[in-house]
Each structure stands twice: as structure tokens, then as C-alpha cells.
Ligand binder design. Structure first.
Ligand SMILES: Nc1ncnc2c1ncn2[C@@H]1O[C@H](COP(=O)(O)OP(=O)(O)OP(=O)(O)O)[C@@H](O)[C@H]1O
Ligand SMILES: [Mg+2]
Length: 304
């Protein structure tokens, strides 16, 4: 069973306006609502790949209820762990005149220590073979939350795939996880660098691996593609040339693609290659739409 964990989910609201003008009422159209947050996005993308997963997330107030309802409508299996605070709602506004997209991200709903414990209990009760934890922690959360998750995963022999940043990432890496997917700035921060040159990527990843921070690392580099680094191999995987409409959800799509291949028992190379295809396929769609399965296989056929 693949389980995804989202401690800080969001109702992702999007709308279109005709010109961003201060002081004026900006009439919104094409208003949409979607369930969002790292782990939930990964579960949605896994479903597109025909892979079942169970999404565990914190849910509070009317937005928490709305999230559960939207996941039911999307046909996803989930456990909504009740929290006292209201789950957040994010807003993306596209200005039709300039084509620019503005993304307003609210702080995640705070959780009590007890509620954090309930989330973890819900995760382990589903006996994951693969666990995907993705997304930021709410501002007030224990920054050691993902480290605790990593420690408990290790004890249970569960392969943890982690996609996060900052101190929560640093601390989890001290415990050790199975797979990390940092982007360049996350890898730089993780290894105490201001920024990272192309030549420094593999040594930085090896540094983390040799400290026991992870077994496998896939460093994503946006339109360039990704580096796969393990103790035995390092390999560059270029991203295909695609017509980019929106890069929203590229990282989560890449993680989903990799987890799908892991579940199928594929090699690290196949895993990373498929992940790049899913990430790039996600950029072909406008707004928060992740990817279409057909696009992934078309990109793979194009000798990626
Ligand atoms: N402009 C692009 N053109 C082609 N492929 C892209 C582009 N941007 C992202 N991708 C694909 O998606 C993968 C992940 O993207 P990226 O490195 O931007 O992740 P990220 O920074 O974690 O993104 P996110 O903001 O979703 O967390 C890349 O490895 C690549 O395969
Ligand atoms: Mg990311």
C-alpha cells in the first residue's frame, strides 16, 4: 500500500481576472476549487497513473469538510484526521490580460502535538510499504515532525519518500530517509551552500548519501531535467522540450511518477526517467491540472 501524508493541505481556489488594478473591485470568473497540498497532489497523480494510494491529511473546519468531499468526488481513498483549526484555502489568480499568475498561499492550519500524533497513527494504521510525505509544515508545527516520521518509518522498515524544505528537511535527513527529491535551492540549503553550480550537484548529493541522509536522491532542475544519485551511480536525465503552460505541481507529479515505478520494482534509472517525464508532462497543462497519462508515455517514447 502506498500512503501519502499531507500535514498542511489546502483548498486550492483559482480564478481569472481581466487586469490587476489596485483599489478597484476585480471581478473574478472561471472560479474553480480543487483539493491541494503535497501528499494529496501525489495521490491525485498516482490515480492518473492507475496506481492506488491512501491519502492521510489533517482536516479542520468547513475547508476540511470540503477537502474530504472533493477527495470522495475524485475517487481517492483517504483518512481525514480531524483538527481543531480550520484548514487553509489558497488562491491563484490569473490575469487574462498579461497571462501572469499570482499565487496567494495562506499559512497552514496549526496542529496540536496530540493532533500530530493522530496523523502519525493514521499513517501507520494503513501499514504502508511506501510512504510519501510532501509539503511544508504549518508555521507553528514541531520542525522535527518529519524527523519523527523518518525515525518511526525506519523502525517499521517503511520506505519514506520525502519532499520538503528548510529545517524540517534538515532534521529528517539527520534520521535518514529512503528517497529525497530536492530542487537545486533545497539541495543547496541542505548542504550549507548559498547556491549550487552544476558541477557541485553530484558531490553535494553524495555528501548527504554518505552521511546516511538518504539512499537515493533525485535532484530536480526544472526545465533542465534531473540528476539521479545513489551510492553506486550518478546519471543526468534531461527534461524533454515541451510547451510549458504552468509549472504548478511539477515537483509533486515527478514524485508520483517515481513512487509508481518504485511500487513496480523498477530500477533507480527507470524511476528517475519516469519521474522526469511526469514532471515535464505536468508543465504542459494550464493551472493546477497535473498531467495526462498519455502525455507521459508520449514523452517517454520520444527517447527521453
Ligand atoms: N520548464 C520546464 N520544462 C520541462 N520540464 C520541466 C519544467 N519545469 C519542471 N519540469 C519537470 O518537472 C520536474 C520537477 O520540476 P522542478 O525541478 O521545478 O521541481 P520543484 O522545484 O520541486 O517544483 P515545485 O514548485 O512543483 O515544488 C523537472 O525535473 C522536470 O522534469
Ligand atoms: Mg518542490
Amino acid at each position: 500500500m502506498i500512503v501519502t501524508l499531507t500535514i498542511s493541505p489546502a483548498v486550492d481556489k483559482s480564478a481569472v481576472i481581466d487586469g490587476l488594478i489596485p483599489e478597484k473591485k476585480l471581478r473574478c470568473r472561471d472560479v474553480r476549487r480543487e483539493p491541494g497540498g503535497g501528499g494529496i497532489n501525489v495521490s491525485k497523480a498516482l490515480k492518473e497513473l492507475g496506481e492506488a494510494s491512501h491519502a492521510v491529511f489533517a482536516a479542520g473546519g468547513p475547508n476540511g469538510t470540503a477537502l474530504a468531499q472533493m477527495l470522495t468526488e475524485a475517487g481517492l481513498a483517504f483518512t481525514a484526521v480531524p483538527i481543531a483549526a480550520e484548514s487553509r484555502e489558497d488562491l491563484s489568480v490569473t490575469d487574462a490580460q498579461s497571462g501572469a499568475q499570482y499565487r496567494f498561499v495562506m499559512p497552514g492550519a496549526p496542529l496540536t502535538g496530540q493532533e500530530e500524533g493522530h496523523l502519525l497513527e493514521a499513517v501507520w494504521s494503513h501499514r504502508p510499504a511506501l510512504l510519501v510525505a510532501s509539503g511544508s509544515l504549518p508555521p507553528s508545527a514541531d520542525p522535527g515532525f518529519y524527523a519523527r516520521l523518518a525515525r518511526e518509518a525506519k523502525i517499521r522498515g517503511v520506505r519514506l519518500v520525502l519532499d520538503t524544505s528548510g529545517e524540517p528537511l534538515q532534521r529528517a535527513v539527520r534520521e535518514g530517509v529512503f528517497l529525497l527529491k530536492p530542487n537545486l535551492s533545497e539541495l543547496a540549503a541542505l548542504t550549507g551552500r548559498e547556491n549550487i553550480s552544476d558541477e557541485a550537484i553530484v558531490p553535494a548529493a553524495r555528501e548527504v548519501i554518505s552521511r546516511g541522509g538518504c539512499e537515493t536522491m533525485v535532484v530536480s532542475m526544472g526545465s533542465k531535467g534531473a540528476w539521479l544519485v545513489t551510492a553506486e551511480e550518478d546519471r543526468f536525465l534531461p527534461a524533454p522540450d515541451v510547451q510549458v503552460r504552468s509549472t504548478v505541481g511539477a515537483g509533486d507529479s515527478m514524485v508520483a511518477g517515481m513512487v509508481h515505478q518504485l511500487a513496480l520494482g523498477k530500477t533507480p534509472h527507470e524511476m528517475a526517467r519516469f519521474g522526469v517525464a511526469c514532471g515535464s508532462a505536468a508543465t504542459m497543462n494550464a493551472g493546477t491540472h497535473l498531467f495526462n497519462r498519455e502525455d507521459v508515455f508520449r514523452l517517454l517514447d520520444q527517447n527521453l
